[in-house]
Design a protein. Structure first.
Length: 504
């Protein structure tokens, strides 16, 4: 084994990717592989606090390489309570370069793995198989957090030589499943397999999705689309598998929901770089929806800072209900009020499990969508239009409708176009929510709270109002509170029904 040692940031070149600075460190190079035996090089260094978000280690790859393999380690010193320790993510770009947009992207595992390989016919989950071509490759390091002492790392690159082997043509899942025509379909659009930091295979996720009563799911790995070609055998007449990505930036995460197969969306920017709009438009050009995820999560880099001008929907409920979700729900409701006041379009809410591993429950929560059929396009249209509600499981079913005195009626995500002082009846039918309380929430706040539903979990709640009193109304089902004046966690909540004729 040959070894190169590069202390600190001594041998480096500074270059700019978009508006975000990145460092290129001293790299490693290999002689011609004429000897045929695998060769390894090791590079070491230390990143100080305040290093850029991404640091690149060039690797000069000669002709004749069959496989690239990378392993890395870094130190994890003790730090005082409340002080971030070391966390170092890793990925790789090939000879096409590291420019923003990802033309040279070949994989990303974040901090989920300590090694990976790439060859023509296969690659580590999170990475893209394909030829290891001659040229300058770059190992991408992402110092997520750095301890006050700095972050010391060691990277070993191993090249194996020989015939490259046959590349595999990817096969993707179909965009249609056997639906029931226009119906309510249940889905979980935020899931992780072993292609990022999950611990389940796509096959295991598919089995759990079926057991949870889901009709559709969305592949959403962190910063990679490597899983796209591994869902075809999981999809079936009973399960639509859409493809996407969780674009995991340092200023928040966003789910690309239902993009074209093979779509990669770059994540290497912050809000101050003014780049998010470019990539949101890329998601939509690829046929996907832009859905900010867990916008009030407290994990480092999770809090959403890009605003919601580009959002097609918002993930308000993420996994088991927490105070973060309660804040997200209240914030979304405030956005509904502002949209009514200013006459702007509104942004629908949705919920997903963000399941990674046991005991995370796939399909808890789930988004229930009224769609014309079980196809990618129809499900997306239902989500975009807000014809949906969020339920904790398939046990909970809702029917929510507002009607006027002359037969007018509107459902979730729709508008009841009647006069301001026209009496209207709000009606919610529920199954699967024992002892839950129904709350009708409007732009004026919670205006009606029911008695608890019976232990059977089924019931009907009605309330009467006018558009002048409530510009919209949405329903919440809440479990009994453990203590205190705060409501219990939800069993479900709906997108709004708007009341009154549209102004302007």
């Amino acid at each position: 084994m040959c070894e190169d040692q590069h202390g600190g940031l001594g041998r480096r070149a500074l270059f700019v990717t978009g508006a975000a600075a990145a460092l290129s460190l001293g790299g490693v190079s290999f002689a011609s592989g004429a000897g045929g035996r695998p060769e390894s090089r090791t590079v070491r260094g230390t990143l100080p606090p305040g290093s850029p978000d991404f640091v690149y280690v060039p690797v000069e790859v000669p002709a004749g390489v069959r496989e690239l393999r990378v392993a890395y380690t870094y130190d994890r010193p003790s730090v005082p309570a409340g002080t971030p320790g070391n966390a170092l993510d890793i990925g790789v770009f090939d000879e096409r370069g590291t420019e923003l947009g990802g033309r040279g992207f070949r994989g990303w595992s974040g901090g989920a793995r300590t090694e990976f390989f790439i060859r023509a016919d296969e690659a580590t989950p999170g990475y893209l198989p394909g030829p290891v071509r001659e040229g300058t490759w770059h190992i991408a390091l992402g110092p997520y957090t750095i301890a006050p002492q700095g972050l010391s790392y060691e990277i070993t690159v191993t090249l194996a030589y020989g015939e490259p082997g046959q590349s595999v043509e990817p096969v993707y899942p179909p965009e249609r499943a056997q639906g029931r025509g226009r119906a309510w379909y249940r889905g979980d659009c935020h899931l992780h397999s072993w292609h990022s930091d999950g611990r389940r295979t796509p096959a295991e996720i598919g089995e759990l999705a079926r057991a949870a009563g889901l009709d559709f799911i969305n592949s959403s790995e962190h910063n990679t689309h490597s899983a796209h070609a591994h869902w075809a055998d999981v999809a079936g007449d009973d399960l639509l598998v859409m493809l996407g990505e969780e674009i995991t930036t340092r200023n928040g995460h966003v789910v690309a929901l239902g993009t074209d197969p093979g779509t990669f969306v770059d994540w290497r920017y912050r809000a101050r770089d003014n780049r998010f709009g470019r990539f949101a438009r890329q998601v939509r050009r690829a046929g996907g929806l832009v859905v900010p995820a867990h916008p009030h999560a407290t994990c480092i880099g999770c809090n959403w800072k890009f605003g919601f001008a580009e959002a097609d929907a918002i993930e308000v409920w993420n996994g088991p209900w927490t105070p973060d979700d309660e804040v997200a729900l209240a914030d979304w409701d405030s956005m509904l009020v502002a949209s009514v006041r200013d006459g702007r379009d509104w942004i629908p809410a949705m919920g997903s499990s963000d399941a990674h591993r046991a005991p995370d429950s796939v399909g808890s929560p789930q988004t229930v969508v009224l769609a014309d059929d079980l196809t990618r396009e129809a499900v997306q249209e239902g989500i975009r239009a807000g014809r949906s509600y969020v339920a904790e499981s398939a046990r909970v079913s809702l029917s929510f409708r507002v009607s006027g005195g002359r037969g007018e009626h509107a459902g979730i995500g729709e508008r009841l176009g009647v006069g301001r002082d026209t009496p209207v009846t709000v009606r919610l039918e529920v199954t699967g929510a024992p002892r839950c309380t129904v709350r009708f929430v409007t732009d004026q706040g919670v205006l009606h709270t029911s008695d608890p539903l019976p232990v059977s979990g089924a019931g009907t709640v009605e309330w009467r109002t006018t558009p002048s009193y409530a510009a919209y109304v949405r329903a919440e089902l809440r479990h009994e509170a453990a203590a205190g004046p705060l409501p219990g966690p939800p069993a479900a909540f709906t997108n709004p029904v708007f009341l009154g004729r549209r102004s302007g």
